[in-house]
Design a binder for this molecule. Structure first.
Ligand code: ADP
Ligand code: MG
Ligand code: MG
Length: 251
């Protein structure tokens, strides 16, 4: 589904990703962990198509296409979902209308008809129940005045509505309280199927108590320096990142 080969990327003159290799198959959940400043968010941003980052080498194939050639909108159309770390607030745009537009844009890209009001409402109801999101939240302006937990809920709801092939969730270094962890875990676990995959960028071993990943990778200094199963996350929890750092001292 996703095949990253020798990916190098940076910003301005700064090299951040220095040869990432990663293969994700349908049905798999991969967790990327690693110390602060390793390049985790950069990787998520490059995959989402954020233009601030420049790819200098390597390839990324997604669902048989050259991902790096696609615009962010085309990526979404192909079934890629990126949760925003810091969701934007858009006063005056209702959350429901935002999601409706997103869903119908993806359908249009795939050559499918837009959902009519009845079909959209039905899908909304189903996904609202599934993700435990409150109606009042969806009628408010997009993310305006949303608490951290409400933003998470909204993000997970968007993911459920879009049913992406691959969801990339970048959980930042701060602010994931136990409530938010449960919201994210619940959303990911409900999306999980043999056809979908998830790339979960996280600092928190704790999140992995709720989402059991098939693979765990450690990103350090722009490279994946270790890969394993969920046991690796437990080892990291116990030992911290120091052993990773000392194993990877640059000459
Ligand atoms: P992580 O998510 O693993 O904490 P990031 O991808 O956010 O790491 O950052 C990796 C490195 O790239 C850091 O040294 C960071 O300061 C730098 N970096 C990331 N984004 C930018 C940016 N927009 N401008 C300058 N440097 C950046
Ligand atoms: Mg960071
Ligand atoms: Mg980060």
């Amino acid at each position: 589904m996703l095949s990253i080969k020798n990916l190098h990327a940076g910003i301005d003159e700064k090299k951040i990703l220095k040869g990432i290799n990663l293969e994700i198959k349908p049905g798999e959940v991969h967790a990327i962990m690693g110390p602060n400043g390793s390049g985790k968010s950069t990787l998520a941003s490059v995959l989402a198509g954020r233009e601030d980052y420049e790819v200098t080498d390597g390839t990324v194939e997604f669902a048989g296409k050259d991902l790096l050639e696609l615009s962010p909108e085309e990526r979404a159309g192909e079934g890629l979902f990126l949760a925003f770390q810091y969701p934007v607030e858009i006063p005056g745009l209702s959350t429901t209308n935002f999601i409706k537009t997103a869903v119908n844009e993806v359908r249009k890209y795939r050559g499918e008809e837009a959902l009519d009001a009845v079909a959209f409402l039905k899908l909304m109801k189903e996904k609202m129940a599934q993700t435990n999101i409150d109606q009042t939240l969806l009628s408010r302006s997009l993310n305006e005045g949303f608490s951290g937990g409400e933003k998470k809920r909204n993000e997970v709801f968007q993911m459920a509505m879009l049913q992406p092939k691959l969801a990339i969730l970048d959980e930042t270094d701060s602010g994931l309280d136990i409530d938010a962890i449960r919201i994210v875990a619940n959303g990911v676990n409900k999306l999980r199927s043999k056809d979908n995959a998830v790339l979960l960028v996280t600092h928190y071993q704790r999140l992995l108590d709720y989402i059991v990943p098939d693979f765990v990778h450690v990103l350090y200094n722009g490279r994946i320096v270790k890969s394993g199963t969920k046991e690796l996350a437990l080892e990291l929890e116990e030992r911290g990142y120091d052993f990773i750092k000392s194993e990877n001292v640059e000459a």
